[in-house]
Write a protein that binds this ligand. Structure first.
Ligand code: IMP
Ligand code: MG
Length: 181
């Protein structure tokens, strides 16, 4: 059984994603000229995006990773657990959060408050995918958006369903029988 057999439709092809990443990389490279850029990736969903985006950025930057509690189990409470904190101090850094998808916004709302307390020089959010219809948190907007999707559950290019399909090179929707319960 191949992953492709479980896909109902493709939302964005590898070429669409590549174009979006290159566009974001060029814009970020312009905006962060002469700054102290620190890319902060939220594991695990954003690793594919992070790996491509950092190579589309032409100004010097540092990278760091955070891991927070998963989407399904704690989504309703608004509580986010830090499973892995940053390795480095962000004081004085121009922090750019690199997210796979901005959905309800609860995760980033929490992370924003937490990280703003650590005195970064600036704080912005870059998300590959925005799902504006799903937004609940009112204090979070993305400064950089790659592509939009409607309120549907998508997989691929880092995004999972029960930890599967992160390795698809495109973004798509699963057939009904493989979607989350
Ligand atoms: P939030 O609802 O904005 O807090 O999103 C939290 C996390 O849920 C995202 O960073 C993703 O990892 C995950 N997520 C949200 N929507 C989807 C989706 O459509 N497919 C796969 N993961 C998703
Ligand atoms: Mg994520």
């Amino acid at each position: 059984m191949q992953m492709l057999d479980r896909i109902e439709k493709i939302f964005y092809t590898a070429e669409d994603l590549d174009a979006a990443v290159k566009r974001l990389g060029a814009q970020i490279s312009k905006d962060y000229e002469g700054k102290n850029l620190m890319l902060v990736s939220v594991l695990k969903g954003s690793i594919v995006f992070m790996a491509d985006l950092m190579r589309a950025i032409t100004v010097p930057c540092k990278i760091d990773f955070m891991s927070v509690s998963s989407y399904k189990s704690e989504t309703s409470t608004g509580v986010v657990r830090i499973l892995k904190d940053l390795d480095e101090s962000i004081a004085g850094c121009d922090v750019l959060i690199v997210e796979d998808i901005l959905d309800t916004g609860r995760t980033l709302s929490y992370l924003k408050k937490l990280l703003l307390n650590r005195n970064p020089a600036s704080f912005r959010i870059c998300t590959l995918i925005d799902k504006p219809e799903a937004r609940v948190a009112d204090d979070v907007t993305a400064d950089y958006v790659g592509l939009n999707v409607p309120n549907e559950f998508i997989v691929g290019y880092g995004l999972d369903c029960d930890q599967l399909y992160r390795n698809l090179p495109f973004i798509g929707v699963l057939k009904q029988e493989y979607r989350p319960g």
